[in-house]
Structure formats: structure tokens, C-alpha cells
Write a protein that binds this ligand. Structure first.
Ligand code: KIV
Ligand code: ZN
Length: 513
């Protein structure tokens, strides 16, 4: 039975999704979840892009012990030396270097002749191989490249030391039967000298189908992201590939992965929460409706015999039905046990904080669900360490008058209070925060969602704010029983994230060659 390697690029290609920039602390949290999931290779980032990216890759390299940690590097000396340095502490390291191989990219983007491209690729692979044993080489825009040229460059980089050859469908142009034929040709001529990997983008909605067709054609590694996050229409979705291989083993010669599928749902929630990008409700596997049966005929069938309408069990992806969990009388033992059942392990200080928050919530909210607890813990982790902390907020009655808001925040042990009026309540809240912080954000998106049913549900607010017109928008999240408090937290979270990431935020493609 073949084990397909899962290469996760949520932290690198996924982060290239508009608005999905993550702080180092957030990336580390996701990396730990990817390790729990059983990912073979975690692409932790692009070390040369900025000191912040370098720091994220090196911290992940130092903390992750069960998965190989990888950094992307263009075929440039500086990229490769920075990738190698960032990976020094990793137990298992990989450098992933790439150069474009299609005529259109070589002529218009690289402005290089094919011979020069081969020479550069060989040089890069040799340099990477002198630093780490495990080197992956990607032929960027492979699906629009000439097969004769691909043969030449692939042979040359394998000789130079590449042990994985990746064939990205960079622009999402491939269709399954044709991609399978293309991959098989490379599998055949490389004849076991390297693992053949695939990396599909979803521009035509075919990323998962293409990845699976490639597995059928002999690919040994698939590159993907949690929730299909990624540039433009995204990358192939990890959960779709893994669950298809599990559910339709019969069609893939028994090929399987090392993934612990029960960690899929927690991983999906974590990535959605951190990036502020929710999967669409009808998204396969992890969408809100993926396991919901609305029609009476279906419900009746499932009740009589589950397999009449269900091909997978919700439990297999770690989606326990949104169960009633704890109440206000639950003690710290019960809370710890509940977290353990949900696969959440916290250090002592984080546990104490989470328990305190749980007690506060339980005082006000009668029914607490698993998702409430998951959000509470994630929210606590991603909001710390905070630069600005919301201490108090007071709103005037806004029924007909001029809405105003007074805010107190803490920065470096100092409390600062100020107030503002606005065109509406939210406007007043955000303007008051601008006054106390001295920053002026431009709100470009604002979403409120109830985390569970009931009038007393926790409100989850996501804001997208631009603090510097030269830099991309930043997501912020807030969680509270009170929507206005959650909004203020979300705005402050965006500001904190902006300040933590300021050095590495660039508006334009960070990968230009
Ligand atoms: O889509 C792509 O071609 C990439 C490469 C850098 C692997 O992300
Ligand atoms: Zn890509």
C-alpha cells in the first residue's frame, strides 16, 4: 500500500490569500495543529521575504519535531542561505527551491534563456543540497511548460541533488485527465529517481480533482492547504484530498496518508479563525452544512440507516456534534477534561486564563457548546501578547442622538482614555480607539456572526482594516457576548497584528523574481 506524502503550504501559499497575513504567534499555533494532524512536510514560510518571515520559519523549525519543516527559496543564493539558516534548528529540514519553466514566464518574467534557467536551477539545487539533505525543486508554471524542456531541467536538478520534483499548476489551468497524462509522463521518465509532487491552484475549481488524478498517475506527494486557502481561488484543499483517499480507497489502489483525520475539523476552525476567512457553508468536508441533512427524506433515511445518505462520519473529521458541554458549576477539572477530549492542551498559565474566561462566560450564558470553548481558547491565544489591551468601553444611548463612545486601553502598563462621536455606534467605537491609540484605520470589511444558536450566543466579529495605505489590510477578531465589545476587540486585534507584522507586510507579490 502506498503512503502519499502530505505537504501543507497553508503558512506560505495560504498566507498569500488576500487579507490572510498571520503573526508569528498565529503561525506557530497553526504549525502545532498541522503537526497533530500528521502532516509530513510543513512549508513554514519564505524565510528571505523579511525578518518577520525568517523569525516565523526559525521558531517553527525549533518547535516542530514530528513533521519536516520546509522553507521556500527562489533560485537565488541569498534565498537559499536564509532558508538554510532559518531551518537550522529543525529536526528534519527541507529547502524548496523553484524557478519558472514555461516559455511565457521565462521570456516575460525572468527574461532568461532556457539554458540560463537550467544553469540557475542546478546551481540553486546544489547550493541547497550542500546545506540540507532534503531538497525539493519546483518547475513553476509546469503545466504550461514544454515537456522536452521539463525533461532536461528535471534530469539536471535530480543529478544536482533534488529528491522531490514538484509540478505546479501555478495558474490553475490543468484539467484532470490531461494533468494525469502529464504527471504520468514525468513519473515514467524519472523512474523512481525522485518523488513526484503536485501543487494545484483552484482557478477552474479543479484543484482537488487534478491532485487526485495525479495521485492515480503515480504522484507520491500532494501540496495543499487547510480549507483550500491560497492565492486567488486558492490551493487544493487538504481535507478534500485526504477524505477522498480515505473514503474511496477502492479507487486509489489502497493509497493512504499519515493524516489523523480527527484533527481536520479543529485545524479548519483554527485556520478560519486566525485568518478571518470562513469556508463557504457548502464547502466539502468542513463547511457548516457539510454534514447537515435538511430534507425530510434524507433525515428519515439517515435515522433508519446512516449510510443511506452519509458517505463519511462527522466524527472521522473530529466534528463531534455541537454538544452541550459545561455549565457554571463546572470546576477546573471538568474544564481540563473537556479540553483534553477536544484535543486541546494548554500550558498552566494559558489554562488558568482560559478557565477564568470560561467562568465569566458561564456566568452570563446558560448553554456552552464545544465551538464556544474552541473559540474562547483560540481567541485568548491569538490576542496575546497584546500591545494594546481593551480595558473599558462606554457607549451613550444612540436612539436618535449623536452616538459617542469612551474607551480605555492599556499600553505598557499605562491606561489611556479618550472619547469620540460617530455617524453610528460602530463608527464611534472605532474612532474612539483611533484617538486613544494614535492610529487611524480605514475599515474595509466588518462581519458579525453568532457562534451558536440562542439569543445569548457569543458574537464573533471579524474586521478588515487598513492602517497604512502602502500595506495590505489586516484581519482582526473579537469574541464577546456583547457585539460592541467584540467589535472593539476585533479592531484592536487588527491594530495589534498590524504592529507585530509591520516590517514584513508588503502590498505587492513578495515572490517576484
Ligand atoms: O503555485 C506555484 O507555482 C507555487 C510554487 C512556488 C511552488 O506556489
Ligand atoms: Zn502555489
Amino acid at each position: 500500500m502506498q503512503t502519499i506524502k502530505i505537504f501543507d503550504t497553508t503558512l506560505r501559499d495560504g498566507e498569500q490569500s488576500p487579507g490572510a497575513s498571520m503573526t508569528t504567534a498565529e503561525k506557530i499555533q497553526i504549525a502545532h495543529q498541522l503537526q497533530k494532524l500528521g502532516i509530513d512536510v510543513i512549508e513554514a514560510g519564505f524565510a528571505v521575504a523579511s525578518p518577520g518571515d525568517f523569525d516565523a520559519v526559525s521558531q517553527i523549525a525549533a518547535q516542530i519535531t514530528e513533521s519536516t519543516v520546509c522553507s521556500l527559496a527562489r533560485a537565488h543564493e541569498k534565498d537559499i542561505t536564509q532558508a538554510a539558516r532559518a531551518l537550522e534548528a529543525a529536526r528534519s529540514q527541507r529547502i524548496h527551491t523553484f524557478i519558472a519553466t514555461s516559455a511565457i514566464h521565462m521570456e516575460y518574467k525572468l527574461r532568461m534563456k532556457p539554458d540560463e534557467v537550467i544553469a540557475r536551477a542546478v546551481e540553486a539545487v546544489k547550493m541547497a543540497h550542500s546545506a540540507v539533505k532534503d531538497v525539493e525543486f519546483s518547475c513553476e508554471d509546469a503545466t504550461r511548460s514544454d515537456m522536452g524542456f521539463l525533461r532536461e531541467i528535471i534530469d539536471a536538478v535530480i543529478q544536482a541533488g533534488a529528491s522531490t520534483i514538484n509540478l505546479p499548476d501555478t495558474v490553475g489551468y490543468a484539467v484532470p485527465h490531461d494533468y494525469a497524462r502529464f504527471v504520468k509522463e514525468v513519473v515514467d521518465f524519472t523512474a523512481g529517481r525522485a518523488v513526484i509532487s503536485v501543487h494545484c491552484h483552484n482557478d477552474l475549481g479543479l484543484a482537488t480533482a487534478n491532485s487526485l488524478a495525479a495521485i492515480g498517475a503515480g504522484a507520491g506527494q500532494v501540496e495543499c492547504t487547510v480549507n483550500g486557502l491560497g492565492e486567488r481561488a486558492g490551493n487544493a484543499a487538504l481535507e478534500e484530498i485526504v477524505m477522498t483517499l480515505k473514503t474511496r480507497k477502492d479507487l486509489f489502489g489502497g493509497a493512504d496518508t499519515r493524516i489523523n483525520t480527527r484533527e481536520i475539523y479543529p485545524a479548519s476552525r483554527l485556520v478560519a479563525t486566525i485568518c478571518g476567512i470562513e469556508p463557504q457553508p457548502n464547502k466539502a468536508i468542513v463547511g457548516k452544512n457539510a454534514f447537515a441533512h435538511e430534507s425530510g427524506i434524507h433525515q428519515d433515511g439517515v435515522l433508519k440507516y446512516r449510510e443511506t445518505y452519509e458517505i463519511m462520519r462527522a466524527e472521522d473529521i473530529g466534528l463531534e456534534r455541537n454538544t452541550l458541554t459545561l455549565g457554571k458549576l463546572s470546576g477546573s477539572h471538568a474544564f481540563k477534561q473537556k479540553l483534553a477530549d477536544m484535543g486541546i492542551v494548554l500550558e498552566e498559565a494559558a489554562f488558568a486564563k482560559a478557565f477564568e474566561q470560561f467562568k465569566q462566560l458561564a456566568d452570563k450564558k446558560k448553554t456552552i457548546y464545544d465551538d464556544d470553548i474552541r473559540m474562547l481558547v483560540t481567541n485568548e491565544a491569538i490576542n496575546a501578547p497584546a500591545i494594546y489591551e481593551l480595558i473599558r468601553m462606554q457607549l451613550t444611548d444612540c436612539s436618535g442622538g449623536v452616538p459617542s463612545c469612551a474607551v480605555t486601553i492599556r499600553k505598557d502598563e499605562e491606561e489611556i482614555t479618550d472619547a469620540a462621536i460617530g455617524n453610528g455606534t460602530i463608527d464611534a467605537v472605532f474612532k474612539a480607539i483611533d484617538r486613544v491609540s494614535g492610529f487611524s484605520g480605514r475599515l474595509i470589511d466588518y462581519k458579525v456572526e453568532a457562534l451558536s444558536e440562542g439569543k445569548d450566543a457569543l458574537a464573533k466579529v471579524v474586521t478588515k482594516v487598513v492602517f497604512d495605505e502602502e500595506k495590505p489590510a489586516i484581519m482582526g477578531h473579537g469574541l464577546d457576548l456583547d457585539t460592541m465589545m467584540a467589535s472593539a476587540q476585533a479592531y484592536i486585534h487588527a491594530l495589534n497584528s498590524y504592529l507585530l507584522m509591520r516590517d514584513r507586510l508588503q502590498k505587492f507579490d513578495r515572490m517576484q523574481v
